[in-house]
Write a new protein. Structure first.
Lengths: 146, 146
DNA sequence: GTTTCATGTAACTTTATATGTTACATAATG
DNA sequence: CATTATGTAACATATAAAGTTACATGAAAC
């Protein structure tokens, strides 16, 4: 999640296109990993890719319309919580009692988190980033960490 | 977490003591795993253990005073969320912007979850379990899943 | 058209983490 | 002192995430 946003935000600072290799260097990872990540975003139309010379990845969405929750969904909505309910002995009443108590707390927290993510658009993130960049010239994607 | 509560709740139904082996069978795991789990609880005084003949684990706390949050703390407060912030390039402003946005949402969700866990005592869980058991004779810890 | 550059994707390897296991020391009881 | 239990280190296994390699596909340059 954090990594995906990092990529998207980088892309929002320059017109592109960006090759998987370029993005991979910025993220200090492998091009294939980038393609895997971007695949989900492409399916939902947030980015698109082109092959061959001059190809690569481009944003293809209105940043003010896409929330962090949308991005999360594009990743396949992986579990947000580190701990789940045991399901090894579903018939056990002890387990049912435990799951009932934990399940409600977990569900509430997850709902809140999703709601919060839904309030933040990529455009808001991008604006925040530009503020942080301040008067500074927008740094090239190659000059990472500088 | 779920597993620990399972053990504690089982223990709350019978006077004990329970050997690690007994508890391990009920949880379908290994005695050493039980001892590892219980170690944190013992340090906070929620359970205590005795060696040798007739030894084993006993509850040593007021169930109405210990919340699920306390139990969580006894486990070393492991991360509740499945995803954290990237920290690979702390100097990168993009990363800072992403972490600021995600960090707030994560912190809020975590706070809510902790708060919810703090509202539920082991006694409440135990009461709920007894209701579920209904008129049924309290099952022996050996008769798991029945 | 063929060479080059880029994505798409399957298959494999590596790494990290959690869990389970073995072995043995320590302590308490009969 | 033999037995039973915890305490804990060390090792093994299983699982999942991340990284890597290899090669097919498609698009642009020449």
């Amino acid at each position: 999640m954090s990594g995906v946003l990092h990529v998207l935000l980088h892309m929002a600072q320059q017109p592109g296109p960006f090759t998987s290799e370029t993005l991979a260097k910025a993220m200090d990872t492998n091009p294939v990993v980038i393609r895997r990540i971007m695949a989900g975003l492409r399916e939902l139309g947030y980015v698109h890719s082109e092959k061959g010379h001059g190809g690569g990845w481009k944003l293809s969405c209105d940043l003010s319309k896409v929330t962090l929750r949308d991005v999360y969904a594009a990743l396949g909505s992986p579990s947000l919580l580190a701990m789940g309910n045991r399901t090894e002995a579903p018939g056990c009443l002890v387990e049912q009692a435990v799951n009932a108590a934990l399940g409600q707390a977990f569900a509430d927290a997850e709902a809140l988190l999703l709601s919060r993510l839904g309030e933040v658009t990529l455009a808001m993130l991008s604006d925040d980033l530009r503020k942080r960049l301040g008067s500074r010239k927008i740094h090239d994607i190659g000059a990472h960490g500088a």
